[in-house]
Design a protein around this ligand. Structure first.
Ligand code: 0GY
Length: 336
């Protein structure tokens, strides 16, 4: 099966094409960032069968630019990646639900993400980006659409600086809707951000394990000061969760999830496995489709799913990672 781009099909069905690597475009008055890697359009069927009710808890939509323009303040212009293509991928990989995280190329204009949620028959929830000027009416409308969190991004190549007092004000306000805060930062910045993160009054979800440098030497069970600090962060703060996603972004030595590779990104496995083992009730996993800003290669999402049993080796751990935990955080009303 291929999940192609192009004009949206009138019946909202995924478009099937025979071209494995089309040059995907950006619609509207936009040009892709030079060197942009397009998402993989012919993913393999995963060998690993995800459990019934599995949630892809980190993915994005991009535009389409002609319908949902990219934000003027964006740091990159991607190829379009529509809700139809996202939901076709979901079905192909065997997932039942998605958590759509606002991508920085849309700034604080959440319309594309919210539109994806409202088109999902309740099968998608979202994480928004908001400014302190957001009104309670707007927050309520986003809640009604399925938004359950806000994302604070500290990765400098992606966003301009937002003062911490503004972020704390937002975190305090969203508590009224029972939302949580998703944080994205680089491992080297954790010491400086520690006091702010530990003062957040909500559940806090860390993107991609705080982006460890997996090439730093390990000593037996000791992961070195940077990742040990991240583990301490989770250990000391029971409100902190982590996504154990994005091996394709963190890996230095691969091998890449391409050409049927069943043992991809082996250098990331010890890190993710450690987090899953120590905090099995506070981990989430997502594809990160359509994989913004990858520079080296674009993974085959089917093979990315085959990475999961390497980091969650039992059916019980897999169920927590893919079903029980995301359901508790994003669909608590359905959890008995
Ligand atoms: C990710 C990672 C990245 C980008 C974004 O919203 C975004 O632009 O999240 C990245 O470039 O590392 O989680 O998708």
């Amino acid at each position: 099966m291929r999940i192609g781009r192009g004009p949206e099909p009138s019946d909202n069905q995924p478009r099937i094409s025979t071209t494995p690597w089309p040059n995907m475009q950006t619609s509207g008055p936009f040009d892709k960032t030079p060197g942009w890697l397009d998402w993989f359009s012919g993913p393999a069927k995963p060998r690993f069968q995800v459990p019934t009710g599995a949630v892809d808890a980190h993915c994005h939509v991009f535009g389409p630019g002609a319908e949902f323009p990219y934000a003027p303040e964006r740091k990159y212009t991607p190829c379009d990646a529509s809700k139809h293509q996202l939901y076709a991928l979901r079905d192909h990989l065997g997932f039942e639900r998605n958590v759509v995280v606002q991508a920085t190329c849309h700034g604080a204009d959440n319309r594309a993400m919210v539109d994806a949620l409202t088109s999902s028959n309740g099968k998608a929830r979202g994480v928004a980006t908001v400014k302190r000027t957001v009104t309670d009416t707007e927050l309520q409308a986003m809640h009604d659409a399925g938004v359950r969190g806000v994302r604070f991004n500290f990765v400098k190549r992606l966003v301009d600086f937002t003062p911490k007092d503004e972020l704390m004000e937002i975190a305090t306000r969203i508590q009224a809707w029972g939302w949580h805060v998703v944080i994205y930062f680089e491992a080297v910045d954790l010491p400086e951000l520690w006091d702010f993160f530990t003062a957040l009054p909500t559940t806090v979800v860390v993107d991609h394990m705080g982006r460890p440098d997996v090439s730093k030497p390990m000593n037996g069970d000791d992961f070195g000061p940077e990742f040990e600090l991240f583990l301490k962060f989770m250990r000391q703060h029971p409100n902190v969760w982590s996504k154990v996603s994005c091996p394709e972004r963190l890996s230095v030595t691969g091998p890449k999830a391409l050409n049927g590779e069943q043992n991809a990104y082996t250098d990331v496995i010890p890190f993710a496995r450690r987090v899953v083992k120590e905090f099995p009730d506070r981990v989430l996993w997502g594809t990160d489709w359509p994989h913004p800003n990858l520079k080296d290669h674009m993974p085959d999402d089917g093979l990315l799913v085959d990475f999961i049993p390497h980091i969650a080796s039992t059916a019980e751990l897999q169920h927590k990672l893919l079903v029980a935990n995301p359901m508790r955080l994003y669909w608590p009303e359905e959890v008995k």
